[in-house]
Design a protein around this ligand. Structure first.
Ligand code: FA5
Ligand code: MG
Length: 368
């Protein structure tokens, strides 16, 4: 497609895309057949090709720069929903965002006449920092539309028919990818589906959310030329699934160019277990400050990531209190760790010093 991302550099006052994020545009890890994300994408394709021959149309090169309308309005995200805020989403200008989910393409593809499709792409979100969250990650959207002849013979109402087919398809996919793995369905909420579900998988001693899905809201089908139909839709978090499949302990590794990481994966080799090449020690630094009304954790994380890049592993709130004057103090613990080498005390102290300075200057908080 040769997308040109020069639009994104545009100096619009509402643009909140930092260089660290801008530099990820166009990398398309999901299109590298030797990368765990590409291998996983191909493995999912294989499941759909085997079980639904020639049915699903595949897209993996749709531009991640989309309109506010595509990302939110077309999928019925309410005008006051938090996901629309500058705190949660990267805006290029007031009408243009870096897509925060692949659902941004549902409406246009329905309108173009597609009834069975998979959309894989990089998505962007301002978010907290830990081993399963990263501000750029990859999703695969799946949509399947049914017409009355599909459900009439089943004796089920259309919604139940679509919901059953969805769960059956996803459980089949999970078996194809993982064989036996502990999983559970959770009732969820999305503006664009009803009913809605999330699937969680037990990984590293915790339940990890790997996907969202549900029966598409009628209004979306109707507005896009598909009255008298029902559909299911799903959105898979590819990193999360790949972490389980390849035993990858930290989401930052997907961006590693260290040969000790990249050389462990090759085309078509699904589920080869990753052998960690290092377990360098983490270093913890705490910082406390009085917050103000505009303080958010996402802003804090972006400042820290801007300085420490992938050397920051986790940022967690470890203490929080309000004094008699109504001032609120937060204490955050920052874990620094490289996956590729040992960090020196000097280097970490220098990073922490810069973090303290920029947190104070950019977020207007008062360090304690
Ligand atoms: C969505 O993005 C919905 N669009 C999914 C969907 C599609 C629902 C179609 C219904 C129908 P959610 O915000 O929960 O939902 O994200 C989906 C998945 O992306 C999560 O389950 C998780 O696996 C992954 N994910 C979310 N945030 C991050 C992050 N910061 N880093 C890595 N993976 C993430
Ligand atoms: Mg979710």
């Amino acid at each position: 497609m040769g997308t040109n991302f020069s639009d994104v550099v545009r100096d619009d006052p509402t643009n909140n895309v930092p260089d660290t994020i801008f530099s990820k545009l166009g990398l398309q890890l999901h299109r590298r057949n030797n990368h765990p994300l590409g291998i996983l994408k191909n493995g999912i394709y294989e499941y759909f090709d085997t079980n639904f021959p020639n049915m699903f149309h595949k897209f993996d090169d749709l531009c991640p720069v989309v309109s506010v309308k595509q990302n939110f309005d077309d999928v019925l995200v309410p005008a006051d929903h938090v996901s629309r805020s500058y705190n949660d989403t990267y805006y290029v200008d007031s009408q243009t965002v870096l897509r925060c989910h692949t659902s941004a393409h549902q409406a246009e593809l329905l309108r173009r006449g597609h009834t069975h499709f998979l959309v894989t792409g990089d998505v962007y979100r301002r978010d907290s920092i830990d081993s399963t969250h990263y501000p750029v990650f990859h999703q695969m959207e799946g949509v399947r539309v049914f017409t009355p002849d599909n459900w009439e013979a089943s004796g089920l109402d259309p919604t139940s028919y679509a919901a059953e087919d969805l769960k059956k398809s996803l459980e089949g996919l999970a078996r194809h990818l993982f064989g036996a793995v502990e999983m559970r369905w959770i009732d969820a909420y999305f503006p664009f589906t009803n009913p809605s579900y999330e699937l969680e998988i037990y990984f590293q001693g915790k339940w990890m959310e790997v996907l969202g899905c549900g029966v598409m809201e009628q209004e979306i089908l109707k507005s896009n030329g598909r009255s008298n139909s029902v559909a299911w839709a799903l959105g898979l978090g590819l990193e999360r699934l790949a972490m389980v499949l390849f035993d990858i302990p930290d989401i930052r590794l997907f961006w590693s160019t260290d040969e000790r990481f990249t050389s462990q994966f090759s085309e078509g080799q699904m589920g080869v277990k990753f052998k960690p090449f290092s377990k360098y020690p983490p270093c913890y630094k705490d910082m406390s400050f009085w917050i103000n009304d505009s303080f958010t954790e996402n802003n804090l994380c972006e400042v820290i990531r801007g300085i420490a890049g992938d050397l920051v592993e986790e940022v967690s709130l470890i203490d929080n209190f309000t004094n008699k004057k109504g001032m609120t103090s937060h204490c955050y613990r920052i874990a620094y760790r490289s996956m590729e080498r040992s960090l020196t005390d000097e280097e970490i102290n220098d990073l922490q010093w810069q973090v303290r300075e920029q947190v104070q200057n950019k977020l207007n908080v008062v360090l304690r």
